[in-house]
Design a protein around this ligand. Sequence first.
Ligand code: GAP
Length: 449
Amino acid sequence: MTDVTMDKIVSLSRRRGFVFPSSEIYGGMGSTYDYGHYGVLMKNNIRSLWFRAMVQERDDIVALDSAIILNPRVWEASGHVGGFTDPLVDCRTCKLRFRADQLDQSSCGRKPSKRPGETADCDLTDARQFNLMFKTQVGALEDESSTAYLRPETAQGIFVNFKNVLQLARRKPPFGIAQVGKSFRNEITPGNFLFRVREFEQMEMEFFVPPADAERWYRYWVDARFDWYLKYGVRESMLRKREHGEEERSHYSSGTTDIEYLYPIGWSELEGVANRGDFDLTQHTQHSGTKLEFVGEGDERYTPYVIEPAVSIERIFVAMLVDGYDEEVVAERDRTVLRLHPAVAPVKAAILPLIPKNGEMVEKARGLHEELRKKHVVEYDDGGQIGRRYRRQDEIGTPFAFTVDDQTLEDDTVTVRDRDSLAQERLPIGGVAAWLEEALARPWRTPKA
Ligand code: GAP
């Protein structure tokens, strides 16, 4: 079995243009990343598969895109100004900062084999609470009244729009509001590639339900989200559900289950599903003076409970790269391959003329490329030996490659090569578009153990 380390994932991501360290020519910008072509395509696929499951395929969830900078009172009401903190300690000797609750997982700045505080030279301050929200200034005046925050979660933008959606989209519980967008957290110890970053794209859905149904819907969403990962090929053996104990839960939660993935750093939170009760709508009602409740027929009136599945594209991105990464030896040559679900793969098919100097082959391959690109992201490649081109496509996870060769010029057939099995078959060139459509719609399971 391939040993998948975070270093291998970082190196492949960089080598093949998925992800680069941000502002690299200026020495980087602590745990922020930029996405290259294939990273953007893969992120787009993850986002649209989430949106499809959450909105497109359901009648009871609508979309929202709220602002990143909200009225700062939103964050007072939500509890973020007062309580969105991590305990922080500084080391006066090495000048590094650590999360006080994670010292056992951190390394001393001078002696990395030791924990902070373990050597005689370590000089740690007392722990103090550090707010994770990024502060900014709105308008020209730089005083208290112009302080605003970059949102640390998309959820609050949903709660403050509850009334709009209830009225304008004419909804009644159970119904949900889904949002995808950037969130920002000034993490004390970001790291492990994209796993913990300061700027990430959250996908959150707040599902409003009658209080008596909250427990049932909570269980429903834990299962639905778990099944979503299986549907897109993540191995069940690498996933687990872990329910939080009472002491671990956030202030707003009366039940939280993490869907965890076995990342190279160990079992860690991929997605959280929380029963937030009526905490948020009640807080915003009290702070804004606007009643956020559901008023039904007769004397029906209540504050809905909220069930929230919340995840970042980054955590899914890393989990899917780790799950897909594989190395094998084929015909005495090493092969690295990303066994991504075809729906997640950045490029669906490669079109390759066997001999790039052969004008007829190039023309046929270009024609096929023009036809297939109308529906899918496909790639034409005539650079270098065919073996190298296959290897490149394997490393970016392209599930199929169509090769135009000598025989194509005789009988108008092409070879299709399967990324996972390496099986090859011949198809009439005119039937490739339909074949690809059918192949991409087939259920897919990873051959990885
Ligand atoms: N609205 C609830 C909320 O934001 P959270 O557990 O703090 O809850 C939800 O975050 C999800 O957002 C996490 O399960 C994880 O997928 C993602 N996430 C949180 N912090 C992150 C970070 N610094 N980098 C990448 N993803 C992060």
